[in-house]
Design a protein around this ligand. Sequence first.
Ligand SMILES: CC1=C(CCC(=O)O)c2cc3nc(cc4[nH]c(cc5[nH]c(cc1n2)c(C)c5CCC(=O)O)c(CCC(=O)O)c4C)C(CCC(=O)O)=C3C
Ligand SMILES: [Fe+2]
Length: 312
Amino acid sequence: MNKIGVLVMSYGTPESLDQVEAYYTHIRRGNPPTEEQLKELKDRYEAIVGGVFPLRANTDSQVAALQETLDRLNPDKGLQFVCYQGLKHARPFIEDGVAKMAEDGITEAVGIVLAPHYSVMSVGGYIKRAQAKAEECGLKMKFIESYHLHPKLIQAFAERVSAKLDLFEEAGAERSKVKVLFSAHSLPEKILAMGDPYQDQLLATSAAVAEKAGAGSWQFTWQSAGRTAVPWLGPDILDTLRTLSQEQVEDVLVAPVGFVSDHLEILYDLDIEAKAIAKELDIRLERIDSLNTDPLYMETLSEVILNTQAKE
Ligand SMILES: CC1=C(CCC(=O)O)c2cc3nc(cc4[nH]c(cc5[nH]c(cc1n2)c(C)c5CCC(=O)O)c(CCC(=O)O)c4C)C(CCC(=O)O)=C3C
Ligand SMILES: [Fe+2]
């Protein structure tokens, strides 16, 4: 049986509170955080679920679900796709995943990231590291850079937006007046001058989801900007909520389309931090459920992976 490796890449999260320092140091390219920064990050993890790191189980489940979906959708019975995990900032690292494929005798692989939009600073970084290790191991790799307009991805997000708009309506709000706020992780502003596609891809996803979900009123905002000296893309969601409040908006549905699973930036930055500001402003803030192992998301990933073989 001919085997094709699938390197499924994701951000990674610590396994326990005592690993947060090493994790944070890795994110900071080897510079350890100050005591204060470390405490602040640990506090955020403790606030979400008391020191459990949901992204780990979520990534494991996504990889398992992707394996099942690939097995089911692959039309070529002489070819088997085998998934491996590769994380950006935690074990198993991207390099570990590539090395494992090579050890298992795999010579050809496809790399994909559990994030739909390309930026040279996000997905570009994952791909660069995987490619370097693949060359070292003599592995031939292809990469999927983005899949932000795949019809099944748009449908999955749109169904979630629509379901939450129903709830607003049941609670007495006028559906067309609920502000749908699409969001994604901010990046340093310099990416715009570099001609990076990140922002345009996010706006394209947002417009497609808004249209499919029949959202009456929507806009895009950034979230989770880093606390560094350089300017980050804005407006930030907390400022956007303040502006919306001034515009007499009372109902807001946040749709974080830059993320595909429940983790810190969803469970803390939105569910705790943004919700607290919304409460102060008397805004009803809800968010769409995360995709996690949604079958439509798994089919999106499977279809783009299978497509890399069809093109040959
Ligand atoms: C574009 C992007 C995505 C989306 C695409 C993708 O998924 O790749 C993403 C996702 C995530 N980011 C995450 C966590 C963190 N990101 C940080 C810091 C940073 N993120 C950045 C970018 C991104 N990050 C950047 C440019 C920095 C500054 C440092 C640097 O230049 O690299 C920090 C440090 C402290 C802080 O700034 O808050 C933390 C803890 C978690 C895991 C949460 C969990 O464990 O549940 C996830 C899914
Ligand atoms: Fe991040």
